[in-house]
Design a protein around this ligand. Structure first.
Ligand code: COA
Length: 177
């Protein structure tokens, strides 16, 4: 059974396996990882993990333009297979383009239903946080992500040109039982 884990330095080795599967310089959607961030050393990895966990703490003020967000790693047994994040609220950029939730699955673990499962779990967390609906977006050409959103009840509002390209914007109702 997959599970969602909060970032934890104890998973350094498993997290690096996941990173290596993506490739060193690849974008890992939903991970919050910055370009050129040192995650190979334990000290650097600890900085990354702490930053991700502090993003969820609403008592800690953030830099202008950022919103609080909760990050999870998607685990399957001992493996880290991806990441997913829930932004606690939308700012102008997120409402237009980025949405509430970002996610990615490592290449070797794709097409096993993991993104569909993880999005469903995080929608449950969004509901618990009091959100009535979640905005989830993807590039217009990203069939896999569009299907993931649609499998979770996403209703397409529009496809618009945004800072992220030609973007499909879906709303998911969280008020249904
Ligand atoms: C998008 C992504 C998260 C999907 O992860 P996944 O675990 O492979 O997705 P699932 O196995 O849950 O599949 C979801 C749906 O997409 C379909 N799908 C998955 N990969 C696909 C592909 N390459 N082409 C077409 N459909 C695909 C699946 O068949 C499934 O649809 P179905 O239920 O109708 O059969 C993954 O491909 C990924 O990480 N891509 C790169 C990062 C990214 O695009 N993140 C999203 C940013 S908005």
């Amino acid at each position: 059974m997959p599970e969602l884990l909060r970032p934890d330095v104890a998973r350094h080795r498993a997290w690096l396996d996941c990173r290596d599967d993506y490739g060193r310089d690849a974008v890992q959607h939903g991970s919050g990882l910055r370009k050129d961030e040192d995650v190979d050393t334990l000290a650097g990895f600890t900085v990354y993990v702490d930053r991700m966990n502090r993003m969820a703490d609403e008592s800690i003020p953030l830099t202008e333009g950022l919103v609080h967000a909760t990050y999870w790693w998607i685990a399957d047994g001992d493996e880290i297979v991806g990441s997913i994040s829930l932004r606690h609220r939308l700012n102008d950029f997120l409402l237009n383009a980025g949405g509430h939730i970002g996610y990615g699955i490592r290449p070797a673990a794709r097409r096993r239903g993991l993104a569909t499962w993880a999005l469903r779990e995080v929608l449950g967390h969004a509901r618990v946080r009091g959100l009535d609906r979640a905005l989830v977006t993807c590039d217009d050409t990203n069939t896999a992500s569009a299907r993931t959103i649609e499998r979770n009840g996403g209703v397409l509002e529009d496809v618009r040109d945004t800072e992220l390209g030609h973007t499909r914007r879906y709303w998911i109702d969280l008020t249904a039982a």
